[in-house]
Ligand binder design. Structure first.
Ligand SMILES: [Zn+2]
Length: 348
């Protein structure tokens, strides 16, 4: 059995973790953390309120474009955006080819119920598989990023972010909404102005690696057209509304169930919208020695939003058969997976 913090679920290979004589980790011992976070949330709430007031007064066709995966968190965020904040939202879904049918049913049901338009973008299966394979097998991203997210998830989310930014610019939309939670993103990312120059610079290395292992076509998904960048005066603001709430998974699910949302069955305990997640988690565990959801779930434990046993059951129930069927479909062998681990360790 894995050694974990006796209070949260951070395991021994998690970067920077150490345990005291009672087995409590260094992160749980930092008592000032939650208060600092509370203050930052309050400040972010004021900024969000101010921004929404300004944007709603402009009366554009859409106030915001929302990254809508159909999972529980983004469904709740969409619900909140429409019902609590009264925003006119254009929802946007990336179909990566691994979305369960139940999730598609949820997307249709929820957007219909909330009276929200939905756009779906589906990259070709061949290109998507090449991106997944390269992200899983090669050290594309720096280790610091991988503390919060698996490599493949990061590639998907970068693509979603780029495409949503493109939609926002083309349609003159000032806000991009996402359903990330604290633990998935740092507290200073609840609300921030998009800075494409910075984004391009920070992703230059990972994009060039990803391009090297896939093809020149990659830029279609990860870059904005030059003319669009040149003509942009005002960049949209990213807002993560769910970070402003303090809700347990049960409370979120109870609220969205009233809209007709149903949990898909064929996904792991860490996802409510993507089958690929199991594959990503197993690879991450093999390469780094810990599950990419440990940080988020541990954060929820410290805030009293989930109990430790439930959190452990979420990270320790990856279906080996689902993993194998995805690996086979991607034509990835056991040897290649083993080799990926050593590539990461040597940093090549
Ligand atoms: Zn801990």
């Amino acid at each position: 059995m894995k050694k974990r913090c006796t209070h949260c679920i951070l395991s021994e290979h998690f970067p920077g973790v150490s345990y005291d004589s009672e087995g409590v980790c260094s992160f749980c011992r930092d008592k000032s953390f939650l208060q600092t976070e509370e203050n930052a949330i309050q400040k972010a709430q004021e900024q969000v309120d101010e921004l929404l007031k300004t944007v709603k007064a402009q009366s554009n066709t859409y106030d915001a474009v929302m990254l809508y995966s159909g999972g529980k968190d983004s469904t709740y965020t969409l619900y909140q955006a429409v019902k609590k904040y009264g925003l006119k939202v254009l929802s946007f879904t990336l179909d990566n080819g691994y979305i369960p049918n139940q999730t598609f049913d949820n997307i249709v049901k929820i957007t219909d119920k909330l009276g929200v338009d939905n756009l779906i973008f589906r990259p070709s299966k061949e290109n998507m598989k090449a991106i997944v394979k390269a992200s899983a097998l090669y050290p594309i991203y720096n280790k610091r990023t991988m503390v919060r997210i698996s490599s493949v998830c990061n590639s998907c989310i970068s693509m979603v972010n780029t495409q949503a930014l493109r939609i926002a610019l083309e349609k003159n939309i000032s806000i991009i909404l996402a359903g990330f939670t604290l633990g998935q993103i740092p507290v200073n990312s609840i609300i921030y102005k998009n800075n494409y120059t910075f984004l391009e610079e920070s992703r230059a290395k990972s994009n060039s690696l990803l391009r090297k292992y896939t093809g020149e076509w990659l830029d279609t998904y990860y870059n904005l057209p030059t003319s669009l960048v040149k003509n942009t005066v005002e960049w949209p603001t990213m807002v993560n509304l769910l970070c402003l709430e303090k809700l347990s998974e049960e409370e979120i699910v109870a609220a969205i169930s009233t809209l007709g949302w149903t949990a898909p069955k064929n996904v792991d305990g860490c996802s409510s919208n993507c089958q690929l997640n199991t594959f990503n988690n197993v690879i991450h565990e093999k390469v780094y020695g810990y599950n990419p959801y440990e940080l988020e779930l541990s954060h929820m434990i410290r805030k009293g939003l989930i109990d430790r046993e439930t959190a452990i059951s979420k990270v320790e129930t990856m279906d080996p058969e689902l993993f194998k069927s995805i690996a086979d479909d991607l034509q990835i062998s056991e040897d290649e997976i083993g080799n990926a681990g050593s590539l990461y360790k040597t940093g090549k």
